[in-house]
Design a protein around this ligand. Structure first.
Ligand code: NAI
Length: 293
């Protein structure tokens, strides 16, 4: 099936959707990127062009490859434009209600042969699939952030995902230059099941005054060889995304150890969502990065 994938629809033009669209266009696919919000699309368009231009200036790709990638990209706010896509990847906000509503709509307009993939970090693929009439063609395709750079895709099989859908998604992931790991459909899958409790624990360490944010991050960077500390990584992912995933882990796995840290909740309530908002645990409004108390 994957050999016949020519056009990929990407839904949600935020940090993940724009990165997935860029990646797919650079690997030769026609891409249609949809967002409800036209402002999000113009932000996506400029972030894709600065990212691609950066790759050209560092000689990672040629000017010709960059121009070809731009030509393959379309931006739209009209869902019907995805009716010609062979494969659809959704990367809208991490909300089960929003994603389910979208899957109902996609199921109605997408080609009957199209696979519907979700980039969800933690929401049950089985439940998303059950809102469609084609659960065998629904699958989790969890890219890491940023998608053009990170080498991994975590594929998540829902209860009804067919072997054919799995094989096509794996082949597509490999055509996008990624290594694949496979997870069963349990809260948090593999990566976030392990990563998010660590980030949440870092918030608890900060909340209970064990140490400063800088020492928590330095401790994990130099003490465990992580490229980023957990608090700066949380800012990079988005604190709202981290909180949503912790809530899914808490509800799905039912243990108190997954309860979101009150400090994480408070930051999200205050709109301190991380790097995308200019402030999270750290303040990004000034250069070099400084701390807002
Ligand atoms: P984001 O907040 O940057 O972007 C979400 C976009 O979805 C926004 O532009 C919004 O306008 C759009 N949107 C919302 N509802 C929509 C709808 N019904 N139709 C079309 N567009 C809609 O979020 P981000 O960080 O890109 O995350 C998106 C998804 O990717 C989430 O499921 C998240 O859990 C997952 N993810 C996030 C990672 C991260 O590091 N931020 C890593 C891996 C997965």
């Amino acid at each position: 099936m994957v050999g016949s994938v020519k056009m990929i629809g990407v839904v949600g033009g935020g940090q993940m959707g724009s990165g997935i669209a860029q990646l797919a266009a650079m690997y030769g696919f026609d891409v249609c990127l949809l967002d409800l919000n036209s402002q999000a699309l113009s932000t996506a368009s400029s972030s894709i062009s600065s990212s691609i231009n950066r790759l050209v200036s560092k000689s990672h790709i040629s000017q010709a490859t960059a121009s070809d990638a731009f030509k393959r990209l379309r931006f739209t706010t009209n869902l019907n434009d995805l009716s010609v896509a062979d494969f659809v990847i959704e990367a809208v906000v991490e909300s089960e209600v929003v994603k389910k509503t979208l899957f109902v709509q996609l199921d109605k307009i997408a080609k009957t042969s199209a696979i519907l993939a979700s980039n969800t970090s933690s929401i049950s693929i089985t439940r998303l699939a059950s809102s469609t009439t084609r659960p065998q063609q629904v699958i989790g395709m969890h890219f890491m952030n940023p998608p053009p750079v990170m080498k991994l895709i975590e594929i998540v099989r829902g209860a009804d995902t067919s072997d054919e859908t799995f094989a096509a998604t794996k082949a597509l992931s490999q055509r996008l230059g990624k290594t694949v790991i496979t997870s069963q459909d349990y809260s948090g899958f593999i990566v976030n099941r392990i990563l998010m409790p660590m980030i949440n624990e870092a918030f608890y360490a900060l909340y209970t005054h064990v140490a400063t944010k800088e020492d928590i991050d330095t401790g994990m960077k130099l003490g465990t060889n992580h490229p980023m500390g957990p608090l700066e990584l949380a800012d990079f992912i988005g604190l709202d995304v981290c909180l949503s995933i912790m809530k899914v882990l808490h509800a799905g796995l039912g243990e108190n150890k997954y309860a979101p840290c009150p400090l994480l909740v408070q930051y999200v309530d205050a709109g301190r969502l991380g790097k995308k908002r200019g402030i999270g645990v750290y303040d990004y409004s000034k250069e070099p990065r400084s701390i807002k108390s």
